[in-house]
Design a protein around this ligand. Structure first.
Ligand code: PLP
Length: 473
């Protein structure tokens, strides 16, 4: 029985929530180097939580009914615009939604029968998702395999008569490097095309790293030719999840992101975002986080983040067998194993209480581990380096994952649609992965090695099936 016959007390419910969260990764403290962003300042979380709860039941659906939403959004968007070269913004639920709206605005500003968008292979999958939802094709451009940055001339060569939008990242997530924004902007401008800079992860990080002394090239709406930019506040803004801003240089372009409908006999619909009814909680949380930290708070966090990143990069470079990929300007650091299996290394680190994010090989870029350095990292950077060094040497002793003969061919050749969930679970069990509820965290090295050996379409098919199996019927 999922629904109890009679209501339960709050105390009882909270006890169950605590039990449900028992095997979650910790969201604070810095030992989880992906997914969560921690200032290390409890008072900031407290302010955000209080404002979030205060706004929780306010509905962003109708700004005339709840003018607090308009005022708060104007303040939040205004703060982001002040940092990123101006523009006209929308507060969204996250990077994916910001990107969705930027792609929709570009699509609806042009009239092409088979629209495409041109992006580097390192651009975030949110663009593939937006393209998929909006009926746009993706033209992916390889990056320079020494710097991991796209080359403007390759972008120029990929643009054609059906292109509706050019995309580059500041920085790209996988290696934390900034694409040559000014050069790509010039290419887009020369072709008369809009150019979106994905600064989802960097938009609220790079300005503060720059203030702390890092060399950050121009990347925002102040660069001629940049027509829109996305900036997630639920990353380096340190706001609770559900907070991002997309800015358009031209207010007419922002209107192309909006959606209105009077095509029914009910209430009129005018939405700035994909969602319609929507809690103002995340807006309140983002607003309070910005206000609680202020310019001084973000500058201090930027300084700590920059110092931690420098120490981490130098520390990893000094560990035998590991190599940092590229020269990231941001605080995202990826490293490969020269004679160490990084997937085994990640499992070893996990056993020591640290989560490092595995990234599969793609488009000539080797498999690697990714670390997002945040404000809280500095205090634990020596412990992190010690764990990485120990885990690397443990992984070297264990040796790389060796898959059973023929396994990859078997998985690659499977017709996953013809397989039922139980057969898929059996297949997973054959490589030691127990997908049954409550089985806990498997050793991921084998899974990652299988995925790494598959082409992208095969990886996607396995991932979709995995999700449907864990959610059950
Ligand atoms: C995180 C991220 C996104 C997507 O953001 P979500 O908030 O997870 O939807 C897009 N682009 C980049 C570069 C990112 O780092």
């Amino acid at each position: 029985m999922n629904l109890p016959p009679t209501g339960r007390t709050t105390e009882d419910l909270l006890a169950e929530v605590a039990r449900l969260k028992e095997h979650d990764l910790p969201v604070r403290g810095g030992q989880v180097t992906a997914y969560v962003y921690d200032t290390g300042r409890a008072e900031v979380n407290d302010a955000a939580t209080a404002a979030y709860l205060e706004m929780l039941e306010v509905n962003c659906l109708d700004p005339t009914a709840f003018p607090s939403v308009v005022e708060m959004e104007r303040q939040v968007v205004g703060a982001v615009a002040d940092q990123l070269g101006g523009g006209h913004g929308i507060f969204t639920s996250g990077g994916t939604e910001s990107i969705m709206l930027a792609v929709k605005a570009a699509r609806d500003s042009s009239r092409r029968a088979r629209p495409n968008l041109v992006l580097p292979v390192t651009a975030h999958p949110a663009f593939h998702k937006a393209a998929h939802y909006l009926g746009v094709e993706v033209v992916a451009v390889p990056v320079d395999l020494a710097t991991y940055r796209v080359r403007a001339k390759d972008v120029a060569a990929a643009v054609d008569a059906d292109t509706i939008l050019v995309v580059a990242s500041a920085p790209s997530y996988p290696q934390g490097v900034i694409d040559p924004i000014e050069e790509v902007a010039a290419v887009a401008a020369a072709a008369g095309l809009p150019f979106h800079v994905d600064a989802c992860v960097g938009g609220w990080l790079l300005p503060w790293l720059r203030a702390a002394g890092a060399e950050i090239p121009p990347f925002d709406l102040s660069v001629p030719g940049v027509t829109s930019i996305s900036c997630d506040l639920h990353k380096f803004g340190y706001a609770p999840k559900g907070a991002s801003v997309v800015l358009f240089a031209d207010p007419a372009m922002r209107r192309k992101a909006y959606f209105a409908s009077a095509g029914w006999p009910g209430y009129t619909i005018i939405n700035a975002t994909v969602q319609s009814s929507r809690s103002a909680g995340p807006l309140g949380g983002a607003w309070a986080t910005l206000q609680a930290l202020g310019r001084e708070g973000y500058t201090e966090l930027g300084r700590a983040t920059l110092e931690a990143t420098t120490r981490l990069r130098e520390g990893i470079a000094a560990i035998p067998g590991l190599r940092v990929l590229g020269e990231p300007e941001s605080s995202l650091v990826a490293f490969e194993g020269v004679d160490v299996d990084v997937f085994v290394l990640a499992d070893e680190a996990r056993a020591r209480g640290w989560f490092l994010q595995p990234q599969l090989s793609y488009a000539g870029i080797p498999a690697n581990l990714h670390i997002t350095v945040t404000g809280v990292t500095l205090g634990g950077v020596d412990s992190m380096l010690k764990v990485i060094a120990e885990s690397a040497s443990a992984a070297r002793s264990r040796g790389p994952v060796v898959l059973p003969d023929g396994l990859v061919d078997l998985v690659a050749g499977l017709d996953l649609d013809a397989l039922d969930d139980a057969a898929f679970a059996d297949l997973a069990a054959s490589v030691g992965v127990d997908l049954r509820p409550g089985a806990g965290q498997p050793e991921m090295a084998v899974v990652n090695t299988v995925l790494d050996a598959l082409p992208a379409a095969g990886r996607e098919a396995v991932l979709v099936r995995f999700l449907s199996v864990i959610y059950g019927s």
